[in-house]
Design a protein around this ligand. Sequence first.
Ligand SMILES: NC(=O)c1ccc[n+]([C@@H]2O[C@H](COP(=O)([O-])OP(=O)(O)OC[C@H]3O[C@@H](n4cnc5c(N)ncnc54)[C@H](O)[C@@H]3O)[C@@H](O)[C@H]2O)c1
Ligand SMILES: O=C(O)C(=O)C[C@]1(C(=O)O)C=C[C@@H](O)C=C1
Length: 364
Amino acid sequence: MKTTVTICGVGLIGGSLALSLKGQPHIHVVGHSPNPNSVQKYLDRGVVDEATTSLADAVQHADFVFLCVPVGKLDAYLQELQALPLKKGCIITDVGSTKRSVAAYASSLSWEDVYFIGGHPMAGSERSGVEAATSHLFENAFYVLTPDTDTPEPAYEKLVELLAHTKANIVRVDPVLHDEIVGAISHLPHIIAVALVNQVADYHANNDLFGRLAAGGFRDITRIASSDPIIWRDILINNKSVLLNMLKDWNREVAEFVRMLEVEDGEGIAKQFEKASAFRDGLPERRKGMITSLYDVYVDIPDHPGIIGEITSLLGSEQISLSNIQILESREEVPGVLRLSFRNQEDQDLAVERLKEKQYHIHF
Ligand SMILES: NC(=O)c1ccc[n+]([C@@H]2O[C@H](COP(=O)([O-])OP(=O)(O)OC[C@H]3O[C@@H](n4cnc5c(N)ncnc54)[C@H](O)[C@@H]3O)[C@@H](O)[C@H]2O)c1
Ligand SMILES: O=C(O)C(=O)C[C@]1(C(=O)O)C=C[C@@H](O)C=C1
């Protein structure tokens, strides 16, 4: 008897989850979207075994239901699911980037032999849609679960067992604490990246040298500013109370820089950099999952013909497979950036070593 896993919203996260489960001999993956074009896309891309626009059909045999839609849609999905006949013992979970409100809403509903356990894989990217999904997105990343105190342990263990296919590290966290932590390490950085890009975009509107000269530093801190607007609108509004407090703290950080610059407090500025690098350099390595676990490398490429061929030949001669290659910028006078995506950590490590030997400037 196969385990049926239904995924509602097969985008970046839902699609990556589907790909990590699909192909397991005992798992059948069903995709759901209310949009017939999306359903067709899931099938055409072979991300799911079956797909339908009917939620009732999608969940009728489900052992697990994953809600992989924007955070603002989770409550409506839960309400709909509660009104549908579900299999006994069915586990409903979500992948939303906030956990407090969905956990509270789920426990306000009454379920009969159906269990809701909130979830949040701590991996992703600025890309969105099923086109961006990869089977290894969650490998070595943390995957937060937020069971209630009354969640039966066997239900929790059943979900943990299924998620073993993602090769993520499961960590159990209280939903309120979760929202505070991700507010600081994920949501606040997205706000800052977007505000910074928009500030520079306004300068650029008066003089396009701003954008043309934008180099590694700007790119490193702003990749996430390209994230999906609807997904992030929902996350930020949902975590509003945490973020409003954190933005007050952020204003204090900015005010301190204003003060140090006004009085030319060089020692104070250097201390801020020392404190920051001590913390950042001490973070667990990326492969252990603190920061996203896509195997992407950014290479600055001088503007001369044949450079991309040189890089791909170098990787090819080492039998390193690329899963994707993309030119992010290529304009006169300024170096471009090439994004190389690899299938696994070993390929990424080897590519970085070889590219560095050839004096390429690499960043992550
Ligand atoms: N992007 C990330 O890095 C990341 C990481 C971890 C968790 N998350 C969370 O995962 C969830 C999905 O995000 P994503 O990045 O996969 O986004 P996505 O845009 O790639 O996918 C969202 C999916 O939901 C579907 N959808 C949108 N509105 C819908 C609606 N009203 N009804 C039904 N389906 C609808 C879309 O068609 C799409 O399939 C979000 O809750 C997000 O907070 C995102
Ligand atoms: O790497 C990225 O692009 C991400 O935005 C991933 C990221 C994050 O901020 O770290 C974004 C949202 C999630 O809920 C979890 C992970």
